[in-house]
Design a binder for this molecule. Structure first.
Ligand code: PGA
Length: 247
């Protein structure tokens, strides 16, 4: 049996306190009994109000990043244990925006992933090639290096979620064709089986311009267990429509 699908809303650096609360109320009021899991990842400063509103809901919470230490002199950083303290289940790690704008490399992401697992979080580890790498025919090689370099050496299938996000598809309204995603996902699954004995049960998400009108088609890719959604997660109707199409 395939693992339970997961749809994650990555709010990035959007919303304010009032609009965050309104969005969560709108999601929790309108979410029907769906077979898949829903998670939302607001900016750090809105985790607490969102967490309080989610306390009696099945929708779960995640952070957008974390540090690899439990505590200490790290101005501006957030420990994975702090995310757990606020009720988080997940943490997004290695998003391409962190790899690019914060120079996070595979080794940094791996140490954060280990710390997240140690704290009791499930890291959603992002991988994906840039447009230049895609045109050079290097997508499989790039994703291979990122998976082998950013995942902890030994994992169980419940420890992590992988999000394949081609960088050229993020925020562009342009998604790869299904065969392309299927090829990359099959390759990722093969690499995962080198480091995990029950790799078939690791959830593998697609991310990059997921919208209500392409969600159903995306689910026809092989080896897909849900989506990491950016801008479409900022509207309750769109986020829930994606969840419905992917259920
Ligand atoms: P997008 O973002 O859905 O707005 O393309 C996806 C992501 O960056 O996780």
């Amino acid at each position: 049996m395939a693992p339970r699908s997961l749809i994650v809303g990555n709010w990035k650096m959007n919303m304010n306190c009032l609009s965050s609360k309104a969005l969560v109320v709108n999601i929790t009021r309108n979410v029907r009994s769906i077979a898949i899991e829903l998670a939302i990842c607001p900016p750090f400063v809105y985790l607490l109000p969102v967490s309080l509103l989610l306390s009696s809901s099945k929708v779960v919470l995640g952070g957008q990043d974390c540090h690899n230490y439990k505590s200490g002199a790290h101005t501006g950083d957030i420990a994975p244990e702090m995310l757990v303290d606020l009720g988080c289940t997940y943490v997004i790690l290695g998003h391409s925006e962190r790899r690019t704008y914060h120079s996070e490399n595979n080794a940094v992401i791996r140490s954060k992933a280990k710390a997240a697992i140690r704290a009791g979080l499930i890291p959603i580890i992002c991988v994906g090639e840039t447009e230049i790498e895609r045109s050079a025919g290097k997508a499989l090689e790039v994703v291979d290096n990122q998976i082998r370099g950013s995942l902890p050496e030994q994992i169980n299938s419940n420890d992590v979620v992988i999000a394949y996000e081609p960088v050229w598809a993020i925020g562009t309204n342009c998604i790869p064709n299904i065969e392309y995603i299927s090829t990359i996902h099959s390759h990722i699954r093969k690499i995962l089986s080198d480091i995990c004995c029950d790799a078939v049960n690791i959830r593998l998400l697609y991310g990059g311009s997921v919208k209500p009108d392409n969600a159903k088609k995306l689910m026809s890719a092989v080896n897909i267990n849900g989506a990491l959604v950016g801008s479409a997660s900022l509207q309750a109707e769109d986020f829930l429509a994606i969840a419905k199409e992917m259920s």
